[in-house]
Write a protein that binds this ligand. Structure first.
Ligand code: ADP
Ligand code: ADP
Length: 228
């Protein structure tokens, strides 16, 4: 579903962020990229949705080379969740969730219904939260809105870059539990970035362990990574 084939990224200043990286994410699989800060995790993620252009190798999403795919079309099939989810402060929670469905041509009531379903799915009761504004939510709740929004267009692929890292450990653990239940139902193909090995072991079907400078050290199941 996602395949990286000898992918490298050297930034214009000469920094080699990723070095000849090959890995794959199967349909419905959650692969976690784990490693120290600066090892190239975010760069790897951003090459998949073409926020960053590789300087070597090839990337395929759904069988198609990303460089040969129209960027708008590519990104429509990829939900993206980042650490501090950028919500629109002057839009309500339901509007924030529905924002990506504005391009679908759906009626307003259908879009609202979809937004409420998604809020329910991530554990935010729409009766309570639909009309609230981002500043009225906790950090953990805002991250849930980010996950709901990423799922709104029902993309087969999700890219998640430290989505639960900015909240306290108790909330993080709760978000991880909820997310595992959600993934059990929706079975997205997911690349998930974290610097937290515990989180990687808990969530990953397979774990890609990075060493410095975007070199893959190990790519295996959590049990195998822990046993090594
Ligand atoms: P991680 O997500 O693992 O923290 P990044 O992919 O953000 O790592 O960064 C990998 C390396 O590339 C780091 O050395 C970082 O400083 C560098 N880097 C990231 N983005 C840029 C950029 N736009 N220009 C130059 N160097 C960058
Ligand atoms: P993260 O750990 O999530 O990658 P960073 O703080 O490393 O966050 O990077 C934040 C932003 O700054 C990213 O968009 C990244 O591409 C950019 N960046 C990181 N390192 C550099 C760098 N050395 N030069 C230019 N931009 C960079």
């Amino acid at each position: 579903m996602i395949r990286l084939d000898g992918v490298s990224k050297r930034y214009p200043d000469g920094t080699v962020a990723v070095h000849e990286l090959s890995l794959d994410v199967r349909a419905g699989e959650l692969v976690v990229l784990v490693g120290p800060s600066g090892c190239g995790k975010t760069t790897t993620m951003k090459m998949v949705n073409r926020l960053v252009e590789p300087t070597g190798g090839r990337i395929f999403v759904n069988g198609a080379d990303v460089t040969a795919t129209d960027t708008v079309k590519l990104r429509r099939g990829i939900g993206y969740v980042i650490q501090n989810v950028g919500l629109f402060p002057h839009r309500s929670i339901e509007e924030n969730v529905a924002i990506v469905t504005e391009l679908t041509g759906w009626s307003k009531s259908r879009r609202r219904k979809r937004a409420h379903e998604l809020m329910e799915l991530v554990g935010l009761h729409p009766g309570t939260y639909a009309k609230r504004y981002p500043h009225e939510l906790s950090g953990g709740q805002r991250q849930r809105v980010g996950v709901a929004r990423a799922l709104a267009a029902d993309p087969p692929v999700l890219l998640m870059d430290e989505p639960f890292s900015a909240v306290d450990p108790v909330v993080r653990s709760q978000l991880q539990d909820e997310f595992l239940r959600l993934q059990h139902d929706v079975r997205k193909t997911i690349l998930f970035v974290t610097h937290d090995i515990e989180e990687a072991v808990r969530l990953g079907d397979r774990i890609a362990v990075f060493a410095d400078a975007g070199r893959l050290e190990q790519f295996d199941t959590p049990a195998a990574v822990l046993g090594a």
